[in-house]
Design a protein around this ligand. Structure first.
Ligand SMILES: Cc1ncc(COP(=O)(O)O)c(C=O)c1O
Length: 288
């Protein structure tokens, strides 16, 4: 338990959470005009930091905000933040918005981005999930066409996630033009004919850092792997369904739309991949 007040980073300063204030004219608040990252830290070791920073850089470029910090400076600040907070495993959230300006859709003449970082405890996956998996539902993907940008404008994702919760599931698997793209806050893998399949990267899904590691681990093991579109039929006939994200790692979906996936228990491919994934994390934790 962390009994201290969380310390956050805001525009060049580390301050107690309660003392961190942003103007109501911040374009993040007014327009959702910004991008974010979520970076896990295991035993204070940052997970795939360079991948996260590279994605952040791409996202800032995509929305035309100059990256306010170099990779080295990001690393130093994030490392200071996790040391100042007390959790063993942490989930670092960082957000950059186009800053404070009079409300106007036009970009402000002078760019002065708001940089915010906070961290929270990262819970490891429960034994119950390993034993029983989770329930997901499929829902129409009604988001915009730039889902590769990790935008803070998450209203569609929030509504989709809530619809899933209201149906007794933990995540929505999104279907666009008959193809399953990803989850509301996760990437999608299925096992079909003993082959692991995940949709290829492109504008319709977020290039997940966890997704990339799962792909890497599969290639290392010579597992049959295809980066190809997943039809709704493929999804409904899958032997296994997984959802990946930085905070949830690899979630086995054992029920889709109230129908069991295979035996209704996490499958053998998931167990094997999860063991490799945990081994990767243990190696990271033991690194100097
Ligand atoms: C829409 C969406 N897809 C995929 C992911 C998974 O990305 P990552 O593995 O980098 O956390 C997320 C994470 O929040 C997400 O919001």
């Amino acid at each position: 338990m962390n009994t201290h007040e969380p310390i956050v980073y805001l525009n060049g300063e580390f301050v107690a959470l309660n003392n961190a204030h942003v103007s109501v004219l911040d374009r993040g608040f007014i327009f959702g005009d910004g991008v974010y990252e979520v970076i896990p830290a295991y035993g204070k070791h940052l997970f795939r930091l360079q991948h996260h920073l590279e994605r952040l850089n791409n996202n800032l470029k995509a929305i035309q905000i100059k990256n306010p910090l170099s990779s080295n400076d990001w690393q130093l600040l994030i490392e200071q933040l996790i040391i100042k907070n007390n959790f063993n495993n942490q989930s670092v959230y960082l957000q950059i918005t186009r800053g404070v300006a009079p409300r106007d859709h036009n970009f402000p003449h002078q760019e002065n981005p708001t940089v915010f970082m906070m961290t929270s405890a990262l819970e490891k996956q429960s034994v119950d999930i390993a034993n029983n998996g989770v329930h997901a539902v499929s829902l129409p993907d009604n988001r915009w066409q730039n889902c590769h940008i990790k935008s803070i404008s998450l209203l569609p994702n929030v509504l989709l996630r809530q619809q899933a919760l209201d149906k007794g599931a933990v995540e929505a698997i999104l279907i666009r033009d008959g193809m399953a793209t990803e989850g509301a806050a996760s990437n999608l893998f299925i096992v079909l004919d003993d082959c692991l399949i995940t949709p290829p990267k492109g504008p319709l899904l977020l290039p997940g850092v966890t997704r990339d590691l799962v792909v890497e681990l599969a290639i290392k093991k010579n597992t049959c792997l295809k980066e190809q579109t997943i039809t709704e039929d493929d999804l409904n006939n899958a032997q296994e369904i997984w959802l990946t994200s930085s905070t949830k790692e690899i979630l086995p979906v054992t029920k889709l739309n109230d129908k069991s996936v295979s035996s209704g228990k996490p499958g053998s491919h998931w167990h094997e991949m999860m063991a490799d994934y945990q081994h990767y994390i243990q190696t990271l934790e033991q690194s100097s």
